[in-house]
Design a protein around this ligand. Sequence first.
Ligand SMILES: [Zn+2]
Length: 408
Amino acid sequence: MTQRKVTRDELLAYVKSQIKEIDVQGLKRWLEQGPPPRVVDIRERDEFEQGFIPGAKFIPRGHLELQIEDYEPDRETPIVLYCAGGVRSALAAKALQDMGYQHVYSLAGGFSAWKHAGLPFDVPRKMTDEQRIRYSRHMLIPEVGEEGQWKLLDAKVLLIGAGGLGSPAAMYLAAAGVGTLGIVDYDVVDLSNLQRQILHGVEDIGRAKVESARETLASINPDVRVIAHNTPLNSENVMEIIRDYDIVVNGSDNFPTRYLINDACVMAGKPLVDGSIFQFEGQVTVYKADEGPCYRCLFPTPPPPGEVPSCAEGGVLGVLPGVVGCLQAVEAIKLILGLGHPLIGRLLLYDALSAEFHEVRLRKNPRCPVCGENPTITELIDYEEFCGVPLPRRDGAAQHAQPLLETV
Ligand SMILES: [Zn+2]
């Protein structure tokens, strides 16, 4: 027995008799009027990179049957497939129909017809070969992927301080490919910093921290643009400095800055990833005024001078800011990628000695002076530097945490 040969043209004629086609004007109207169908570009990567129909999902023909269910498991959803000229997509449409997809269309004339009709198309951004390798472990995570990596590369994060918290946060954000990192710090590197501020080394002693930070971050990832703000933060410059950033990561060790940056972030509508450390205890939370409390919801006014010790007086275990700064970096990345549950309205407490994490719920205070219903603070305030006063030794961490716990 010999099987009858089917020519290419006969196969195509048969397939086209079995599937539905749509022309480019029909697809254009459908996309405009909605609800839009799923549009899948089944060409090869080099073709896709020349341009694609806006909103189309790229799944090369060879992967189509294997990946379509991840993209659209519902067999009732309309799907339009396109290739360059409408032949490969006709064959692909038949394959999806055979998988049970009820409303599959092949775009007649394909992308060429779309382009020749003068309809709009997008050109995908292309990572360099080096970027593909550098970020491969991110892009292997389905929830991140190439799309997520572009979000990171496009993100702009401002770090307040290049010290204990800012060091690990900046280094991991840079390694992750967060494209723009601003650093506000007016300090110079001191030998006593090196116990925890891992951005800096012995050869940096005496240099501006922002310059030392810039060099370290460039050596980790040259993709990252580091913007140095070598200036003290105050009510005059804070709005201007934070304006261009998406997220602020607070690593400051003093209360005037903590209040100033909180108020500025509320006023500018920026999420603030806050961290603090004392001796063996650390705290992390995310203040996002439209979704949860701000710092002043918990502490409406600064403590009296001398109430709370700073690192210089109280001391801190060198690795502790590493833990807390890394948690801050994770929260910033989650906000950028829109993944998971950020620490909004939740304070995470870490006790290094017991190796325990606790979580405390934080509520928004409707009477908050800055983010409440009738805010009384509508201008930025420069508080006096009241934390530098030497203190008698006391259980500072407990003092610090106590008012927070009382608010829940
Ligand atoms: Zn508030």
